[in-house]
Design a protein around this ligand. Sequence first.
Ligand code: AVI
Length: 341
Amino acid sequence: MIRKQQMEIDNYEKVAVTPRFCYFKPKVMTNSTMAQEIAFSLSQKKKFISSKFFYDDVGSETFEKICDLPEYYLTRTEFEILDEIKSDLSEYLADNFALVELGSGSSVKTRKLLEILTCKQKDVEYYPVDISDILKDSSINLHDEYENLKITGIIDNYETGLEFIRTLDHTKKLVAFLGSSMGNFSPKEGMEFLEKIHESMSVGDMLLLGLDLVKDVKILESAYNDSSGITADFNCNLLLRLNKEFGANFDLTKFKHVAVFNKKHRRIEMYLKSLTKQHVFMPVIDLFLKFKKDELIHTEYSHKYTTSQIKKMTKRTGFRLVHMWNDKKNYFTMALFAVEK
Ligand code: AVI
């Protein structure tokens, strides 16, 4: 039986689930911030919805299904690389390291890193950071699997996670940012985010970054246009979410999922396309929207990288690139960085 003991720390509620697992969650729900952001982004000439709003409970579950799709090679390939490099990686992790994971999701790939750390260390501290409540279930699973694991979760955005990282000055940290989640930032935002990660780390800490590489357009586009329509559901769930949370009347039969590779910017661009001229009203935020036929709502960028681009990018952020490992097909890369004096 799980014992729950609650404690208040500033704006966060701390929930102690067991002596080895607790998590922090903001006390104030951020629905009004979301309302403001949506009102702004859908009132622009080029309408957009931030991809961070994909991850309500339904969206998070749908994303887990995407990760298992035959066309979505990213998760599978990253997992294979992690499995391959376990012994290489463990040489770089000779001291005691705490593991911080930005965007931990279902924590499936985390197991590969924990296998290394729990083997070498008597106790391992794990700090998963995820915007979704999925963190609770995935942490409990890990907690039950690894007896020497102590978990402190942060259910919030990456920025808050980084604030937590700053306070952990007792052990060296391995920060993992996997799944090519950095690709969802623009290159400029990605650089700024890497700089922020760098600022919140100390000398001796390491960063493990998983990034998707540029490849054949057909492979890229089918990863985001899967034959079973799961990615389309993931995209359309944004509109369902607005119907549920803001009383909007989006008719899902009048919007279509679109995902195309933009060669110039090396990114998959995802949109929701209005199939007719139509009006939508969102009473909760008093927003009236007009759509032309074929008008697009931009919902996500997923940038793909080249090796030289990664090298250049990281030099500018202050990290030293220690090693890069690719899979045999060069679909995906895992890059290990060090923080130096
Ligand atoms: C989370 N992120 C790295 C995924 C991606 O591939 O950009 C999100 C996703 N969007 C559609 N399919 C998966």
